[in-house]
Design a protein around this ligand. Structure first.
Ligand SMILES: *Cc1c(COP(=O)(O)O)cnc(C)c1O
Length: 237
């Protein structure tokens, strides 16, 4: 089902209600959860419509598409999050144009982002992606390697390490225990001296359980925008 912009106010209202109900159930303030609208594969006019409803944070996975949208929406001063897989040869435009990167899982990528972050910009906010279920098909640092990576990334001058991001297994229902494991990893890092404030977890199908386990930022695409238009065949990196 494709939804036109006319449905967006209702979809945004429903998602916001779901977030506040989950926050309430978790005895958390609704302000402790940021709605990150995942706008990959959605046109700029729909992003503009959602921004006009008060959403400030947008997540993109495909670099060229994202850069085009940022240009078209420059007047809105939105906060842009790169949530896709990041290849080493694409770090420079990401470092130049985004405010956050959620999928960092290797020191080499983090070092390049730090070196390439323009000096006029504030430090780039980074979440480390954790391969929480140890899936061979997924990106993310292993839980065993996470502490060393976190220490190394936190020391990079032009980055600000904010927290952890996870994507639980697709077929896994319920996913809540993976969110709990990710939260415990964050707590362990903070107990060892890190100062992390962000848990990026939960998508359209499961963000309530992520909020119950401490998510501070939920990445919601289809529940807000409707289904994504089919890929156009353009290179989506
Ligand atoms: C596409 C995507 C989302 C949003 O998924 P929905 O199911 O549409 O809400 C969230 N996180 C990441 C990393 C994604 O790639």
């Amino acid at each position: 089902m494709l939804m036109g912009p006319q449905n967006l106010p209702e979809q945004v209202r429903i998602v916001r209600n779901r977030i506040s109900s989950a926050a309430q159930a978790a005895m958390r303030s609704v302000d402790s959860v940021t709605l990150l609208a995942v706008s990959k594969a959605q046109p700029a006019n729909k992003v503009r419509a959602v921004a006009q409803l008060g959403v400030r944070d947008f997540g993109e996975s495909y670099l060229q598409e994202a850069l085009d949208k940022m240009e078209a929406l420059r007047d809105l001063s939105l906060t842009w999050h790169f949530i896709g897989r990041l290849q080493a040869n694409k770090t420079r435009p990401v470092a130049a144009s985004f405010d956050w990167v959620h999928g960092v899982d290797r020191l080499k990528i983090a070092e390049r982002l730090s070196e390439q972050r323009p000096f006029h910009a504030p430090p780039l906010n980074v979440c480390l992606q954790v391969n929480i279920a140890g899936e061979a098909s997924k990106g993310g640092v292993t839980t065993a390697e996470l502490p060393a990576l976190a220490t190394a990334v936190a020391a990079l001058p032009r980055l600000k390490l904010r927290g952890l991001m996870c994507i639980p297994p697709d077929q896994d229902d319920p996913t809540r225990h993976w969110f709990a494991s990710t939260r415990r990893l964050l707590e362990a890092l903070n107990a060892a001296g890190a100062k992390l404030d962000t848990l990026s977890m939960g998508m359209s199908g499961d963000f309530e359980s992520a909020i119950l386990e401490g998510a501070t930022l939920v990445r919601v695409g289809t529940a807000l925008f409707g289904s994504r238009p089919a890929a156009t065949g353009a290179t989506q990196t």
